[in-house]
Design a protein around this ligand. Sequence first.
Ligand code: UDP
Length: 237
Amino acid sequence: MGELIKDGLRIDGRKPDELRPIKIEAGVLYRADGSAYVEWGGNKVLAAVYGPRELLPKHMQDPTKAVVNARYNMASFSVEDRKRPGPDRRSIEISKVTSEALESVIFTELFPRAVIDINIEILDAEAGTRCAGITAAAVALADAGIPMRDIPAACAAGKVDGQVVLDLRKEEDQEGEADLPIAIAPRTEEILLLQMDGHLTYKEFEEALELAIKGSKYVSKLQKEALRRKYKKVEEE
Ligand code: UDP
């Protein structure tokens, strides 16, 4: 304790309620129906959406709605110690919660028997990759023209050195007391994903949740700007 916050500032000079720098670009892949690239602090994330298209094999189909299939994958070179390629417990868990968060805003009933595939590739990882991944995937879904109630946005808050802070970087995630990643539908502030690692008192939890919602709303602004930029460019061409 006492190493991560000095004179009210964090190790990278951020205030407790400040995000890392975030850049979002929509429509970066030619082959995908929709795509997005996100840089968020030291994270670099690519998302590609394919579909809606017929789900095969047929016995996997749902006659009432589309299946939303998000796959979170960490490149073996994305972390300090080379990550063994392929799915592990952690990436299966993140894929599941990401699929559920995104499915809850998509009008899946419009596409019976279909699948919407969402590939999230973590090229560089520096904590907060699930939030960066959901943020990229949401922009890619909008870029693909998938009908949604809202464009989900994600952000984490947490606790380091006894203080509630926004958007943990690697050292804060590793040495801090808690991490609370969330995803929201920004228009209604409906919570689409909420996970927690570590310990918070109820009061701290409320404070962290409020901060993470504020962060997500700022991320939402950046997502919309990225989509507007993309469509402005298409219009000009
Ligand atoms: N990490 C790693 N190797 C792994 C998994 C994670 O080095 O196999 C690092 C990576 O920087 C990641 C961070 O640990 O961003 C935090 O991981 P966590 O499971 O909390 O998910 P995240 O915060 O990325 O959503």
